[in-house]
Design a protein around this ligand. Structure first.
Ligand SMILES: Cc1ncc(COP(=O)(O)O)c(C=O)c1O
Length: 498
């Protein structure tokens, strides 16, 4: 360690206030010690002061220190031995990744050999721009959990559990629970103009897994994949881990906008969010859809259509799916129950072209033996009995109002050079900031006010970094959203006026 003692170092770290305002103190202490380890201020084997003395020196309660130490212990950062106190573990859980991050060389040959990750493992476990803090009013991607009809859901689950068929306790069938596949097929035909038979529907554990399955089944290491720039981080990570070469394609007001240079580099896969581009929020125009479909068909490329939140369209006619316009069978359509039900349900689906259906079903079964049959059966009832549509209608009203109020509260930011692009759907909106603005800093300033928003630049692929803020409104209570919105508007205005 340099000239500072560990308690002095921690004190400085805690005072710098780089933590979200509502983060509990024990969690701050834990993060600060973890950072000391990651940056090698505390090296493997180093002894930590006792919780009692650290508590005194940091001016905190001993319980706070005990809670922080317990978490470090549970996660393998420190070890405790009677007589020698608490020491930094010799083999750290993230030693490979963190030494890379800090630019330091690994400690010993043994440590490297026992903890080195594969290339794909390193990407999977690499630093993420996505904070893992508790949900706050504007956290993007969150639903209003309080609106979920828990009583109905409990009743439907109980019905399945009351007299469960033995098969419900076994592994699931390949492709997923048949009644749920039927319910999804009916829903997609009616609501999303998807052309399909039930054989084409496969249940997955969400979009991440759907993308992973497509990447494994349709690509080889090094293949090129077009992604929108900016792009959904979850898709990006999965595609990278599969060893694919990401080729960023710009997004304009008509959605994904491939240039002539892009067209000269045909991809194997095209990942796109046509109904509501994530994160920018635009819908893909009809002309662009035709262009993309014709290009993919002529080059033998597959299109992965991620239709993650199209249920929440507040204005205009519902947009048709890209899959519904596809004549050549090049679109794989993906949906999720994370937004309408709740994220923890971890269920999604993929509609694959007829010729691929059987092989995808077998592949999915081999790669991830399916389960969760009881939940799938309850979900099938939830859809077939009309609760799903009722719930969507309710949420649509709720989110429409929140969106309206938030737009109103944020309107003053357009006077200082920010832009609020028109968008009539989804669970988040984007405030575009001037190119010179440091959107990460603006997001930090908002976090100091208890408002977690995401900087748009974090979603960039490649060098072109657009600046802005992504603001979720589904989770913020209707009677508070104007207040939060005004606070955020003040933060943005102050940042842009400086
Ligand atoms: C663009 C996009 N696709 C899909 C999802 C949902 O993914 P999953 O089904 O894995 O929860 C999200 C979640 O925020 C998303 O933003």
């Amino acid at each position: 360690m340099e000239s500072l003692t560990i308690s002095e170092w921690l004190l400085t770290e805690l005072k710098q206030g780089r933590f979200p305002p509502r983060m509990p103190t024990h969690r701050r202490v834990y993060e600060a010690i973890r950072r000391a380890i990651a940056t090698q201020h505390l090296t493997p084997g180093a002894r930590l002061p006792s919780t009692r003395s650290l508590a005194e020196e940091l001016g905190l309660s001993r319980n706070t220190l005990l809670a922080a130490f317990e978490q470090l212990h549970e996660e393998g950062y420190v070890v405790s031995q009677i007589g020698s106190g608490t020491r930094v573990a010799a083999t750290l859980p993230e030693s490979f990744v963190t030494t890379q991050e800090s630019g330091a060389t690994p400690q010993t040959e043994t440590a490297r050999n026992t903890t080195s990750l594969s290339k794909r493992g390193t990407i999977a476990a690499g630093p993420s721009d996505q904070p893992s803090y508790e949900v706050q009013p504007f956290t993007p991607g969150e639903d209003d959990f309080s609106a979920f009809p828990t009583q109905i859901w409990r009743r439907l689950l109980n019905r399945q559990w009351r007299d469960p068929q033995p098969a419900f306790l076994d592994y699931g069938h390949a492709g997923g629970h048949l009644p749920l596949r039927h319910a999804i097929a009916n829903y997609l035909r009616m609501s999303r103009t998807v052309n399909l038979t039930v054989e084409q529907v496969l249940i997955t554990s969400g979009t991440q897994q759907s993308i992973d399955l497509c990447a494994r089944m349709l690509t080889d290491y090094g293949d090129r994949v077009w992604v929108e720039n900016p792009c959904y981080w979850g898709a990006r990570r999965v595609l990278e881990v599969n060893g694919l070469t990401l080729h960023p394609v710009a997004v304009d007001d008509e959605g994904m906008a491939p240039s002539n240079t892009d067209f000269r580099n045909p991809p194997r896969l095209i990942y796109t969010t046509p109904s509501h581009q994530y994160p920018k929020g635009v819908a893909m125009s009809y002309g662009r859809r035709r262009l993309l479909l014709d290009y993919a068909a002529s080059r033998g490329a597959w299109i992965l259509e991620d239709d993650y939140d199209s249920e929440f369209r507040f204005e205009g006619r519902p947009l048709s799916s890209l899959q519904g316009m596809d004549q050549s069978g090049c679109v794989l359509y993906m949906g999720t129950f994370s937004k309408v039900m709740y994220p923890g349900i971890k269920l999604g689906y993929i509609v694959v072209p007829p010729d691929l259906a059987e092989r995808f079903k077998r592949g999915l079964y081999e790669l991830q033996r399916p389960g969760q049959v009881v939940i799938q059966a309850a979900l099938a009832d939830f859809i077939e009995e009309g609760h799903f549509s009722t719930h969507i209608r309710r949420l649509r009203q709720l989110y429409k109002e929140r969106r309206y109020l938030l737009q109103k509260a944020l309107a003053p930011v357009t006077n200082v050079g920010a832009r609020l692009p028109p968008a009539g759907s989804g669970l988040h909106l984007v405030v575009e900031l001037p190119p010179t603005c440091d959107d990460v800093r603006v997001a930090e300033l908002a976090a100091e006010q208890g408002l977690r928003v995401y900087p748009l630049s974090h979603y960039s692929v490649g060098d072109k970094r657009e600046k802005g803020l992504i603001i979720g409104y589904a989770y913020a209570a209707t009677d508070r959203i104007m207040t939060y919105g005004r606070i955020l508007a003040d933060v943005i205005q102050a940042a842009l006026s400086n």
